[in-house]
Design a protein around this ligand. Structure first.
Ligand SMILES: [Zn+2]
Length: 643
């Protein structure tokens, strides 16, 4: 009897590891440390009330660093294994074969990963451990092995048994954060894994298009936070929070860049031939003649475009000496980004938000849960320290000979600070006014440009333009006013809005001008000249092209905005309307031109030449002004970013 008492007493006194029953690693793709720790960017965690509570009540490392190159797949593998790239075996999101210039996607070949991960080490020690990964990108969901594995296009048997299926999209490559959270919650409720990696991917996509610290990025950040709030809400309600260790982290950040670095030219000027594997702000350079190594490094250094150049043994120091690494690895300094080289061709990266180099290795790292010391630690923490620290706090087995270290945040106390999940009311907006206005606009538009009217008067053109801008401002207001459904905002700015600019406005302008009587401005005369030169009889009226296009566009906008379309359908709906609308517009214009006496080829040429160049120009200008995304107006972007 006494022995039992002593045993019980000892049992109670021993700091037990058993208090942590599950580990949840939450990785927000492309979330710079600034998003959580720069009070000018996110004062008082205004955009991230849920992540803010984890920071305030946990152990946070604002100066944590990721590994090089600062790319999604590499950093997630380092995060979940504790190893530098040379241990798992490849130096980027792709494997590049310099011999023939081809790429292999490691996420389609997980067998290429040479090292263990936390999940594999757990499985090896005890198959009863359950592990899960739910990711918004295939880079993470397909690459990292777990008992339950979910990525947009990779769902394994374990996940299928829970009724989870692939994300049905064919427009974009990432699944929305809400999809990730839905699946994560399902797994937590039904399986309750011992260790789980949840990856929210959309902030990455949004920042590539709109840039670091853009309004769009902040909006998407708060959407990711909303999903974390849902996870916290479940943990609180199911009383699981006291036994959960949460690790909040990012794989890398992003910086804004707008100058394409002429890597090939810099080397060719010295007579050095090379091939390049580039991604954002990093490049692996493979020299044709390795004897020119010293000269190549000198040329690169002199160009002043880099904040880091590594060769030979230096690659070992950053763990980048893999069989697929370049002879030289470079990190570009802002504002430079690496172009994409395909054979003799060069393509601009074309987006402002960039990562891959040194400047994007600054990430937040936060631990929250029982046995975690509270505080802000300005230490040199690394993404490599996640696995050893988890192992230290939980007793879970970790892979051997890790490159990371244990962060000393162990605390005797088993108390877990309480959190109050903050969930905003999304999508509960009054849509009747915009809906009414849109309907009215279409009605008036239809009357103003009714098909039987052959010639357009200046007043009806003005009225039509006014109504169109009214309608557009209403649509834009819906998006700009509310941080709801950032994925829809993303689709709107990148696809719907350019679509309107590409088709609706140019058609309206060029064909209305074409339909007007009397002398006109230079643009009208040019269009007329083109039409006359091609032998077209008479003019086209706006009604012949404008009406079907505006109707299809508006139906699309209505569907996207006003109907509660489930996220699984947003992307397919978009694709159907995008390609459908494109096809319809082109068909309508060519057809109208044909009826005016042009041959098939001429009518296609007509609709292409007369409409597309000014449309492209206008679209570029507006994209540069509004959402930092332009191929033509780089000086404008430079000015904006330097303000
Ligand atoms: Zn990433």
């Amino acid at each position: 009897m006494r022995a039992i008492w002593i045993f019980l007493l000892l049992f109670c006194l021993t700091p037990s590891f058993g208090r942590i029953e599950r580990v949840i690693i939450i990785s927000v793709d492309s979330m710079n440390s600034d998003y959580l720790f720069n009070p000018q960017l996110n004062p008082n965690f205004t955009y991230t009330p849920n992540m803010g509570q984890l920071v305030r009540n946990g152990a946070s490392f604002p100066n944590a660093r990721g590994v090089l190159p600062s790319l999604t797949q590499v950093n997630h593998l380092s995060m979940i294994s504790g190893y530098l790239p040379n241990k798992f075996g490849f130096p980027g999101n792709h494997i590049f074969f310099k011999e023939n210039g081809t790429y292999l996607r490691p996420w389609r070949h997980p067998e290429l990963i040479k090292s263990d991960t936390l999940f594999k080490a757990m499985e090896k020690e005890d198959p009863n451990y359950t592990t899960a990964v739910v990711a918004g990108k295939d880079f993470v969901g397909c690459t990292i092995w777990a008992d339950i594995q979910v990525g947009p296009s990779c769902v394994n048997e374990g996940a299928r048994r829970l009724g989870i299926s692939e994300f049905p999209e064919f427009g974009i490559h990432d699944a929305p954060d809400s999809w990730v959270a839905d699946n994560a919650l399902k797994i937590l409720k039904e399986v309750d894994p011992d260790a789980m990696l949840i990856h929210f991917g959309f902030l990455d996509q949004i920042q590539h298009y709109h840039g670091f610290s853009s309004t769009e990025a902040l909006s998407q950040l708060s959407w990711a936070d909303q999903q974390i709030g849902r996870l916290l809400e479940y943990l609180v309600e199911s009383s699981k929070l006291n036994t959960t260790l949460i690790v909040l982290i990012a794989d890398h950040g992003q910086t804004n860049r707008w100058k394409d670095a002429p890597l090939r030219r810099v080397l060719e000027e010295r007579g050095i031939k090379a091939t390049f594997y580039t991604d954002g702000s990093m490049a692996h350079i493979y020299l044709r003649d390795r004897g020119q190594l010293e000269e190549a490094v000198e040329a690169l250094e002199e160009s002043g475009m880099f904040d880091g150049i590594w060769v030979g043994d230096e690659l070992k120091e950053i763990g980048l000496n893999t069989p697929y690494s370049g002879d030289i690895f470079v990190s570009l300094r802002p504002p430079y980004r690496a172009p994409v080289y395909v054979g003799p061709l060069v393509f601009s990266y074309g987006k402002p938000g960039t990562h891959g180099g040194l400047a994007e290795t600054f990430i937040p790292l936060v631990f929250f849960g029982p046995h975690v010391k509270e505080g802000v630690f300005h230490l040199n923490a690394s993404l490599l320290d996640v696995v050893p620290t988890i192992s230290n706090l939980t007793g879970y087995p970790a892979p051997l000979d890790l490159d990371g270290k244990v962060l000393s945040i162990y605390d005797e106390s088993e108390e877990v600070p309480s959190v109050k999940p903050y969930l905003a009311e999304w999508r509960k907006r009054k849509t009747s006014l915009p809906l009414g206005l849109s309907s009215l606009s279409v009605l008036i538009l239809g009357l103003a440009f009714r098909p039987r009217k052959r010639k357009v008067s200046l007043s009806s053109l003005g009225l039509g333009l006014l109504i169109c801008s009214l309608l557009l401002s209403q649509v834009a207001k819906l998006y700009l006013d509310s941080p709801t459904m950032p994925q829809n905002r993303f689709l709107f700015w990148n696809f719907t809005f350019p679509f309107l600019l590409f088709f609706l406005f140019p058609f309206l302008l060029s064909f209305s001008l074409l339909g007007l009587k009397g002398r006109g401005g230079l643009v009208r005369r040019l269009i007329r000249l083109g039409a006359k030169h091609l032998g077209m009889r008479g003019d086209l009226s706006p009604s012949q092209v404008l009406f079907p296009i505006s109707v299809s566009t508006m139906i699309y906008i209505w569907l996207l905005l006003l109907l509660p379309i489930p996220y699984q359908l947003v992307s397919p709906t978009f694709s159907i309307f995008w390609y459908g609308g494109f096809f319809l517009s082109f068909l309508t214009v060519s057809n109208a031109a044909r009826r005016k006496g042009l041959s098939l080829l001429e009518s296609v040429v007509f609709s292409s030449i007369v409409v597309f160049p000014p449309a492209f120009f206008m679209n570029e200008l507006v994209s540069a002004l509004l959402f930092n995304h332009s191929l033509l107006f780089l000086p404008l972007l430079e000015m904006k970013f330097n303000l």
